[in-house]
Design a protein around this ligand. Structure first.
Ligand code: ADP
Ligand code: MG
Length: 743
């Protein structure tokens, strides 16, 4: 609902309490919106995507070949062919009902950006054509001076351009042809999420292919694969817009937890209500038309919480698909009178939303490098990539923690339902045993017997399918789940690109170093290839042991143990982000040519600034709700009680004290909470003023975190107490139980 519509709604009704009741009535009277499509999913899959089969139909042989080369090898497409491609693309798009086109990109705001231009172009008095040429396909200059750049584009060179990314196919959504693009400054620095991601994929390809060649000379390319799982809440539109905090801050800032929460676990895998089911079907159909291979759906832990997961894809495509899906969700929810809440913790005390990122590496020969195989050689390959990933995670854990930091994810990490803020790796007992054995491998050359022994008893013992054998440890932020690692610390609101860029980068760096070390052992010590590999892996197992943890990540014991092991435990965003601009981080990204120092620092600035702004908005909204809604309502109820007490006094003069004691106590209690709220809101405003005057983005973010945010809990505590006392008929804010259990 637009802001205008919300305010129009307010004006029609007299009080917030009326809005609350009307929203409830509206919700209870809703009928499911019908989805009348009996088309087979396989028939409509990717029908709105300019994929290989559409290209074959609409492109000339030469232009098709040049796109394929660009996808496979990153080669440039020349102007003449770009013109041919754009003509084919335009014809296809118009057939699909497109009237406009846009360069679709992911600026550092976290959402997607697009600027629509019409194909239609008048030429002369009464003539017009549909125009779209190579130049319009390949490069555009959006008026994007208000998108964040972290100071890269200062005002006099406020120019950036978008450039076509042929590795992610164009698609038609509604009446618009969307062309996935990168967004960079004229000086070359990345201004978006996609550019560094693409560079990280190249770096990983280079390092991983070189290592994969130890095992199979035929490998010429390695792709990162990503399968994300997106969690979200579905709340009725009317209920959501009755809450100013959900509207302004995307989460509830006050609200007492309901008598029944998720303690019965009856929602998990339970039956899905028809309205929600129809929304999901609609979302799935649209996703499938856009080539997003969605498959699973089930209820999550919390009431009205759901999850959507596609099959895994090449990481760049998967990231685009996740961004696209988040947009789609909003639009389709509108049709079904729902609001999708993607915030990590929309409701305090109730399970939050996350976005698990399942990650692996795949060769162009069709092999998943993190999947054990049938032969000892296959398993040695598996162990090589497996152990290198663990070592990378060990060496750069704090940088991984930084990439999942955000003000909203702070509520989730370490809140006992999501992974803790401490990064660790879980691999399960079976693989732990294998690594323990490998650690004992002797130094230097292995005798033929030793090698046979090793291959038979250790490497050969890794079962081909680990999937069912890996125990599930839900508390681990980075768990090996049979044929992939699952990064569970990513925020549900986040763009997956940033964590994926980091994961690609650290593993690329690690594999690059590994190759150097192995080659050196082969050259210097005259070792056989597999001897050298065993030797290096053994050292890695020893060096990265500290990051491995199989126990309960939520426990206090782990916190102590992790501190002893020297692992980082950065509990809030400003603290966590420091690792982003550390020398280690800048060295890592510059060495691999993913981001230079300026680009890394710009991102850090933007994120610190975002953090302050988000806390600022929450603080303002909370202050408004507390003072304009909660206090007046509490006083109104208190006045009712005072009238009651005065009436009592007139009737029961003799035993008045006895009769009115409880009412008097409530009157006092209300006064206590009201004065606490008022005082703390006042102090919070003062703290905010101070924070706002701080020039430096880092100091400002710390001030918001340490001086402003602490008031939230206190203010909330007293508001929530009042919710329990005040007459339900007067209460202005839709209650948790109403939002969560009303369908
Ligand atoms: P859970 O909910 O138990 O974590 P799911 O079965 O819901 O597990 O999710 C598994 C996810 O892992 C799916 O999104 C799937 O696409 C993804 N996945 C499977 N294999 C790979 C792989 N090789 N690379 C990346 N992701 C993968
Ligand atoms: Mg998962």
């Amino acid at each position: 609902m637009s802001k205008k519509a919300i305010f129009a709604e307010y004006l029609k009704q007299k009080t917030m309490a009326t809005i609350r009741f009307n929203a409830l009535k509206e919700t209870l009277n809703r009928k499911p919106v019908d989805i009348t499509s009996n088309q087979r999913r396989s028939e409509i899959f990717a029908e709105n995507v300019f994929n290989q089969s559409a290209m074959r139909q609409y492109l000339t042989k030469d232009s098709l070949k040049s796109v394929q080369q660009a996808i496979k090898k990153g080669s440039k497409i020349n102007r003449e062919l770009a013109d041919q491609i754009s003509t084919g693309l335009k014809e296809w798009a118009i057939k699909k009902g497109a009237t406009h086109y846009t360069h679709w990109f992911q600026p550092l705001t976290g959402s997607t950006a697009e600027k629509h231009d019409s194909f239609f172009e008048p030429i002369g008095d009464d003539e017009s054509i549909e125009k779209f040429n190579g130049e319009q396909l390949v490069q555009q200059e959006p008026d994007a001076s208000s998108l964040p750049s972290g100071g890269i584009r200062n005002t006099f060179e406020a120019r950036g351009y978008t450039a076509w990314d042929p590795t992610s196919p164009a698609f038609v959504w509604g009446s618009t042809l969307c062309i996935p693009t990168i967004f960079v400054a004229y000086t070359g620095e990345a201004l978006d999420y996609k550019t560094p991601l693409l560079r990280s994929l190249q770096a990983l390809d280079k390092s991983a292919t070189a290592v994969a060649k130890y095992f199979d000379r035929k490998v010429t390319k390695v792709n990162a694969t990503l399968g994300w799982e997106q969690e979200y809440f579905l709340i009725d539109k009317a209920l959501a817009s009755s809450r100013p905090d959900l509207t302004m801050a995307s989460r509830t800032l006050i609200g007492h937890s309901p008598a029944k929460g998720q303690q019965l676990d009856d929602h998990y895998f339970g039956s899905i209500p028809t309205r929600a089911l129809n929304f999901m079907r609609d979302l799935e159909l649209e996703s499938i038309r856009l080539g997003i291979p969605v498959k699973t759906r089930h209820n999550e832990v919390a009431p009205n919480q759901y999850e959507l997961a596609p099959l895994f894809e090449e990481a760049n495509l998967a990231v685009d698909h996740n961004s696209l899906l988040m947009d789609l969700m909003d639009k389709i929810a509108e049709r079904h009178n729902f609001k999708v809440l993607l915030h990590e913790t929309p409701f305090e005390g109730i399970n939050g939303n996350g976005k698990h990122n399942n990650w692996s590496m795949a060769t162009d020969t069709g092999v998943n490098l993190l999947s054990p195989g049938k032969t000892p050689m296959k398993n040695l390959q598996f162990l090589t990539f497996f152990i290198n990933t663990i070592k990378a995670f060990h060496d750069y854990e704090e940088i991984v923690r930084a990439t999942v930091a955000s003000s909203s994810n702070d509520h989730r990490l370490g809140a006992n339902e999501a992974p803790p803020a401490i990064m660790s790796v879980f691999i399960g007992s079976q693989l732990t045993k294998v690594l323990d054995e490998l650690e004992k491998v002797k130094d230097g050359k292995l005798s033929p017997q030793e090698k046979t022994e090793l291959k038979l008893n250790v490497v050969g013992k890794i079962p081909e399918i680990l999937l069912d054998n890996t125990d599930r440890n839900r508390t681990s932020p980075f768990a090996f789940t049979g044929n992939k690692f699952e990064l569970r610390a990513v925020g549900s609101l986040a763009n997956c690109a940033d964590p994926m860029t980091t994961l690609n980068a650290i593993v690329a760096k690690q594999l690059k170093d590994f190759k150097v070390e192995v080659d050196q052992l082969i050259a210097d010590k005259n070792l056989k290839k597999d001897d050298a590999i065993f030797n290096v892996l053994r050292e890695y197992i020893k060096k990265s042991k500290n990051i491995r943890f199989e126990g309960d990540g939520y426990g206090e014991a782990w916190e102590k143990e992790a501190a002893k092991r020297g692992l980082s435990n950065n509990r809030n965003t400003p603290e966590a982000l420091q690792a982003k601009i550390s020398k280690r981080s800048i060295d890592l990204f510059s060495e691999l040519e993913i981001m230079n120092k300026v680009e890394v620092e710009a991102r850090y600035e933007i994120e610190m600034d975002d953090y302050s702004k988000e806390i600022q908005i929450e603080g303002r909204t909370l202050g408004d709700i507390a003072r304009n809604h909660v206090i007046p309502t509490a006083l109104e109820y208190q006045n009712k009680l005072i009238e009651n007490v005065q009436g009592m006094k007139a009737i029961f003069e003799a035993d008045f004290d006895e009769m009115a004691r409880e009412q008097m106590n409530i009157i006092k209690e209300i006064s206590g909470h009201v004065s606490q709220i008022n005082k703390n809101v006042q102090d919070m405003i003062e703290a905010r003023k101070k924070a706002n005057n701080i020039e430096d983005a880092t100091d400002r973010a710390y001030a918001y975190c340490n001086e402003v945010k602490p008031y939230f809990d206190t203010i909330r505590y007293h508001c929530d107490k009042l919710e329990l006392i005040v007459d339900d008929e007067l209460w202005p804010l839709t209650k948790y139980r109403e939002m969560i259990f009303t369908r």
